[in-house]
Design a protein around this ligand. Sequence first.
Ligand SMILES: CC(C)(COP(=O)(O)OP(=O)(O)OC[C@H]1O[C@@H](n2cnc3c(N)ncnc32)[C@H](O)[C@@H]1OP(=O)(O)O)[C@@H](O)C(=O)NCCC(=O)NCCSC(=O)C[C@@H](O)CCCCCCCCCCCCC(=O)O
Length: 725
Amino acid sequence: MVDYRREGNVAILTVNNPPVNAISTRVKDGIYECISRAKNDTKVSVIVIHGHGKHFIAGADIHGFSGQRESSKVVATLPEVIAFMEASNKPIVAAIHGTALGGGLEIAMGCHYRIATKSARVGQPEVLIGILPGAGGTQRLPRLCGLGPALDLISTGRHIKAPQALKLGIIDKIVSDDILKEGIAFAKAVIDKPLNGRRISTLPVKDAENAEQLISAANASVRKRQRGMMAPIWNIKAVAESIKLPFDEAMEKEAEYFTVLVTSSQARALQYAFFSERLAPKWEVPGVASYNTVKPMNIKTAAVIGAGTMGTGIAMALLNARIPVTLVEQNKQFLEKGVKMIQDLYAGSVRLGKLTADQAKYLLSNLKTSLSYDDLSTVDCVIEAVYENMALKKEIFAKLDNACKPSAVLCSNTSSLDIDEIASATKRPDKVIGTHFFVPAYYMRLLENVRGKLTSPETIATVQSLGVRIGKIPVVVGNCDSFVGNRMLGTYTSEAQFLLEEGALPHEVDSVIKDFGIPIGAFEVSDLSGLDIGWRIRKERYEKLEKSGKKHDPNARFINGERFSPLGDTLCEKGRFGRKTGMGWYRYEKPGAKEPFIDAEITTLLEDYSKKHNITRRKISPQEIFERCFYPLINEGFKVLEDGIATRPEDIDVIWINGYGWPKYTGGPMYYANQIGLDKIYDTMCYYYEQHPTSSHWRPSALLRDLAKQQLPISQWGKQVASRL
Ligand SMILES: CC(C)(COP(=O)(O)OP(=O)(O)OC[C@H]1O[C@@H](n2cnc3c(N)ncnc32)[C@H](O)[C@@H]1OP(=O)(O)O)[C@@H](O)C(=O)NCCC(=O)NCCSC(=O)C[C@@H](O)CCCCCCCCCCCCC(=O)O
């Protein structure tokens, strides 16, 4: 785990714990033993610590916070090991490449010098997994780089690159990529330098005079950006101790606050989410294939069909990953508008300093445009991103099938339509797959990859690997109406509207949703994305119904015996499409304005509606709103597992956290269900199903029922499903 060797008078400690050199008990013990050995070795004058593989040290082993810890041979805790390093009379140099994160940076700060390669990143990301830097990070970082930057880095968890770390004084020098050679050379040059002033714990905190202002600004930012999370508040509190107490006493506070956080349910949920996100790309279709049995195709070039918001966003996601893209539209004007959208977004990134002008120019140089599918004969992958219309999509896929080389993978960005039907328009259904991106596609991390009945494992592997390459978290799901995310969302949006019919107002429903931690309410989001989008899809369904001989009544509150709310259609008929028309479920100052206001017209419309349908409006409690919005959604997640549409509860959680703003600190809907108690959810489902028998989303899932009855956690779901098959 930690190797020791000596080169002349330099002791070299190599941390070797793949894949990221995380600090396990054995690594911690190894560092302690090697430092002791170097201290006692009379031939050693200076010590270099570095990491084997891609990283210096990416922090403590996260598995250790909730699992069983290995017993320690040397007993000293990590903070004690770091204090032992700092007290050494022989200089210690941290030679950093890859990342020095969390406990890795804390170890580096226990050293007397820190050098790093230019591409190295450092940070204290503990807050993101619900804890705080518990090995002196909250006390040494403000002494090293100042209170303001330390508060920022520790409360946000963001990583910074070596050049910025150098500016902040976190590292002493940027060196070439031959990090060990550089470390040894640097160490030799500092052998005789006095260590006074190099032991960070002995230094005063920089910027202490502005402490009050800096701490209240940090707290204000947390309230705004990390609402509902407890870790950022405790992180700030721990850093604030650095200006109130001497180092040793503040370290005791750090340990006390660390204990509060590490035992919290938020920390457990965030750590579960951390590992779930890393599990998602490792897809598995039980009994068929999995990520480690199939090789993906290498995508060298891609095309995107449709230059609207979705198509241009997808094109940018590909361009950002240096994949040349051909953007195709049927109409020159649309194409030019799309290209302008991309150019403007890159120009904005340049203005914000996220890209240099040269980088933006390079990215744009990989964008080609075309009005003809004939230009797609050599591309490896095409992503269709036109509006949701089956006939149109089938027409496009038939044309793509003729125009593209036989090995090309054909993807549809549909958010709800049947992939098998789309694939049936081609002679290569094995190469057809859904790639459901989320708006804005260049930013949102979720990619829901929808496999059809005939999609080949190689095609699945290809889009999963492409997803990782373009910085997404790809999740494989099965084909059903609206797939996983939108299928579960459907229960929530329907129930939100039923609540309006029965007495709630849009802002009342939205505030319960936001209080739970979802950043935007159901009605706010509907106004943001445009009510007309759902209306168009529904109108297609009404037409289909009519074709099958069933007349659609615009006032109908039931379709095929299932409760339905026509309220969305009513608003659209009045031209209330949401923000873009200045009115939807809310009123806006003008079309396009962002701030929603409660609209008296909507209140009247709802009252009239309820009267017309003989519904007695009543005050609906926040608890009822909560249960009615979220329990059917969770229940649908269980049904999705039962149906084999999702292969793991973790995948559903990743979808909801990364595509729908579900608060990560609750772990996602499936993990959260366990926290509420599966029996409680099941009983509540039964209660509402009795009251609302015409809403099938209240029918409890059999899987939920079985687990609840046997008092089993969701982790046992696989066995339950298997036992019924
Ligand atoms: C490092 C990354 C940036 C790499 O990203 P990349 O995309 O390249 O790769 P992946 O993310 O896919 O990761 C690859 C692989 O590695 C696994 N992994 C990554 N990091 C860790 C980790 N830290 N632990 C375990 N495993 C990790 C990952 O799961 C993948 O595995 P797979 O099987 O899927 O291949 C990126 O990975 C990243 O950002 N990692 C997380 C970095 C991080 O969060 N670091 C902080 C960790 S927490 C920490 O360091 C806490 C410290 O402050 C120390 C706290 C000490 C506490 C001691 C308290 C004592 C209190 C005193 C009490 C005294 C009284 C008493 O004793 O009683």
